[in-house]
Design a protein around this ligand. Sequence first.
Ligand code: FAD
Length: 477
Amino acid sequence: MAQHDIPAEQIEQFEAEFHGDLIRSDGADYDDARAVWNGKIDKRPALIARCRGVGDVVSAVNFTREHELLLAVRGGGHNVAGTAVCDDGLVIDLSEMRSVRVDPNTRTAWVQAGATWADVDRETQAFGLATPGGVVSETGVAGLTLGGGIGHLRCKYGLTCDNLASVDVVTAGGEYLTASEDENVELFWGIRGGGGNFGIVTGFEFDLHPVGPEVVMCLVFYPGDRMAECLRAYREYVAAAPPEVSTLTLSGVMPDEERFPADAVDETKIAIAGCYAGSVEDGERVLMPLREIAEPIADFSGTMPYVEVQQLFDEDYPDGMRYYWKSLYLDDLSESAIDRITYWTDVAPSPLSTVDVWQLGGAIARVDAEESAFAGRHAPFLLGVEANWERPENDDANVEWVRDCLDDMRQFSDGSVYLNFPGFLEEGDDMMRATFGPTYERLVVLKDEYDPTNLFELNQNITPSGSAQADGRAYHE
Ligand code: FAD
């Protein structure tokens, strides 16, 4: 439904009680407000409700429900599928709710739902503490946490959602409640990995751990003709690595004239990147073998503030460029899988694209699969296929490359995916069932209880049992 379908006096009535900004399509800041990180996404919502607090979120949920509007929820606006915005409907935009409060005595942080990881790291590191976030600090806490959350501390301290102590939620009915191990226990189970399906989280309470302030980071680049050898050595290394080590490999051209010698700028490379969540002395020693696999093109490893580690990749993912990412949990990093990763890296249409292998296991695998909805604890590796490019005329080639690569790599996987790297929402229900397996039915029961009419539809959707199959209707390209 478009804005003009709602009587003007009802919008005005809503606006009168709303403390934040209600941005209409003729507003001066409309284009800025509807833009998300992925420049490929060009959605035109009827209204953007930029909330100041929980009261605003409750009003906006009630208004959306009463007028049967399509609803999008925006945390940090970094979902690659662009689910933070929609055509015609209403966006509940939380980007101005980003305060962070740390209690160093209980090692706890309270984080509002529009915060980014930069906001959280800044406050927690003031006390030498951290909770596992993502590897790009501009990413939103909300979307990342609800989908799981894999970052530089994952093998030592687990997923981001494993470090949640409680959440405050506004439900589809406009009710405000808290979920934790002690209250609304099933909702707390589902929110940790089930995404934005069950309500709007307005606040997150995280457990914190002593980290830094200085840690050792590995960031070493090897030539593309050594890629298979590097991936083999990497596989052997992580199999024996202590849980303090959380690393990934990135394969692609990654051209950067300032970073690389001239003869390597336009050539394929493999990077090994990651952090040691322990003492600097141990970190230097333990990460050293990753830096000695072959003669590097460049080695930027070293000791640095944890906050800097968290921001190291920020400039590689600028706002407004075009992106299409997908993922697949790998059963193993077999010889054949390595061979195919090398192939798909070589045929990438954009030099900015990468094929990534994330090390999993450690603390992620130690949490019982039943403890939260997150699906993917079983896998030793996550494959991320990231098409990153600049010009719209190259859209088709890049999207096709990701899809073809994924189709091929499925032979090394049970078909489950990491829901925070979703491409567009084209696979719908099948992808969700493949990812959650038998857990999917438990999620449907929870969805039926908290959102039977699928108000929270624009996400990696759990379809309530009473509705037709969700198809991510606003997103199909
Ligand atoms: P948004 O686009 O704002 O929101 C995404 C979806 O989350 C919304 O559509 C909605 O369904 C839901 N949502 C958002 N806020 C709320 C809320 N308050 N309540 C309920 N539902 C809500 N992931 C990792 O795990 N590790 C990484 O290291 C990592 N790195 C990344 C780097 C970049 C550059 C990018 C773009 C993404 C990265 N991701 C990573 C993926 C990231 O987890 C997802 O893109 C995530 O959706 C981003 O969250 P957001 O709040 O910024 O997204």
